[in-house]
Design a binder for this molecule. Structure first.
Ligand SMILES: Cc1cc2nc3c(=O)[nH]c(=O)nc-3n(C[C@H](O)[C@H](O)[C@H](O)COP(=O)(O)OP(=O)(O)OC[C@H]3O[C@@H](n4cnc5c(N)ncnc54)[C@H](O)[C@@H]3O)c2cc1C
Length: 378
């Protein structure tokens, strides 16, 4: 790809840099895994939207700026370099929205995207179930036909911030006779609808960052089915590929963190013992950045995200853990105190789990990219 940045993209980057310098809160917002922090992050989403920075890659008609994938990547780099808050709207904006663009109807897009862009409606991902995490096709939650829609029943778990979110998207079995990933349908539902119970699950730090969701004959109208009934697996792959392979974890986040790590190393007297690890983290973040530029070029030329997403996921999750471990080692006993490096470290530990564990990404790489024999499955 051509890595020279054209004048329009450079102007966009400068505009973003100036806006962020003026608006990023001087003090970090409280954690979005708490009710107060969630509300503050929602306000931040509204501010971003007002200046048309919340969904830069979307069409202008939906609050976006029609940015190319490369321009979006440049924006993300500025965003994280400025130390801007985490995105409470991320599940909707970076996972559900690309799915709506690929499989939704124009009416669904008109109805769902505007309040998503402004943070007025925040979405949770309701995929995992007690017996269906890695093996999502083993899910048991079901939907049965009723007048004008469907009745959803079952249990979802590990749903990030569902305790505070407004709506959720998930897969339900609509054909009990069909095998595994056949007979599934992709639904969007209201977390405050009759028949929905959301129970927070505290994390190790006590914050109610997760929730389990119980559904008891919850009515969902036909207009909230995404894609065709029975086609849920195919639709879900668009969401999963965006979670692993592009939009949920853009390289800007890791490039910024590796820059902060290099600064920390200098502040701590440039210890030779850590030099290689700091360099590895920095190079790893840059390698991920360049790989993602390649993905962006592929998409710009009409390509799509596929099983290569698993390479991305494995790569960034490892870079993130190594980077934060190095920072804590540099900090020594000081690293035990609460602070952004400890928070970042604890969150990095989840990277090899959410969005599909490392083991599952390795299976995908082995079987679908390298063509190795499939492992025996039940
Ligand atoms: C911070 C965080 C946020 C999350 N947010 C959400 C969310 O918002 N919404 C949501 O739906 N879910 C969410 N999850 C859940 C996450 O997607 C699941 O935890 C993940 O898919 C793993 O599923 P599981 O926990 O059921 O583990 P299991 O599937 O039970 O796996 C347990 C272990 O066995 C290994 N294993 C399983 N099958 C195989 C195999 N075939 N080959 C090799 N090894 C295997 C796994 O890799 C893992 O190490 C989140 C998780 C975390 C940590």
């Amino acid at each position: 790809m051509d890595l020279d940045i054209d004048a329009g993209s450079a102007a966009l980057r400068d505009e973003a840099r100036a806006w962020l310098a003026e608006h990023v809160p001087a003090k970090p917002l409280p954690s979005m895994d708490t009710a107060e922090g969630f509300a503050r992050h929602r306000e931040w989403e509204a501010l971003l939207a007002e200046a048309r920075w919340s969904v830069v890659s979307w069409p202008e008609a939906y609050h976006g700026r029609d940015c190319s994938p490369l321009q979006w990547l440049l924006f993300e780099e500025e965003y994280y370099a400025a130390g801007a808050p985490g995105r409470v709207g991320q599940n909707g904006i970076f996972m559900l929205a690309p799915t709506l663009f690929a499989h939704g109807t124009p009416r669904q897009r008109d109805r769902i995207l505007p309040p998503m862009a402004t943070g007025e409606q925040v979405w949770a991902q309701a995929w995992s179930e007690p017996e269906a995490g890695s093996d999502i096709a083993a899910l048991r939650s079901s939907a049965v036909r009723t007048d004008g829609g469907w009745l959803l029943s079952g249990q979802k778990t590990w749903s990030s911030r569902a305790a505070f979110a407004d709506r959720a998207f998930g897969l339900f079995r609509t054909d009990p006779g069909a095998h595994r990933h056949h007979g599934l349908t992709y639904f969007m539902f209201d977390l405050r609808a009759e028949g929905v119970t959301v129970r927070p699950i505290p994390q190790l730090d006590g914050e109610p960052g997760f929730a389990e969701i119980f559904l008891d004959h919850v009515f969902v109208p036909d207009e909230d089915v995404l894609g065709e009934p029975g086609e849920g697996w195919r639709v879900a792959m668009t969401t999963a590929n965006n979670e692993r392979g592009l939009s949920l974890r853009s390289p800007g986040r890791f490039v910024a963190a590796s820059g902060r790590l290099a600064a920390l190393w200098r502040e701590h007297g440039r210890p030779a013992s850590a030099a290689d690890r700091v360099a590895d983290a920095w190079i790893g973040a840059r390698a991920y950045q360049l790989y993602t530029f390649g993905t962006a070029s592929r998409l710009a030329e009409g390509g799509s995200l596929g099983p290569e997403s698993s390479v991305n996921k494995l790569f960034w999750s490892h870079v993130d853990v190594a980077l934060h471990e190095t920072a804590l080692d540099l900090l020594g006993p000081e690293g035990e105190a609460a602070g952004s490096w400890v928070d970042g470290y604890l969150f990095s530990l989840a990277g090899p789990i959410y969005g599909g564990t490392d083991q599952i990404q390795r299976n995908t790489i082995a079987e679908r990219l390298l063509g190795l024999p499939r492992e025996a499955r039940r």
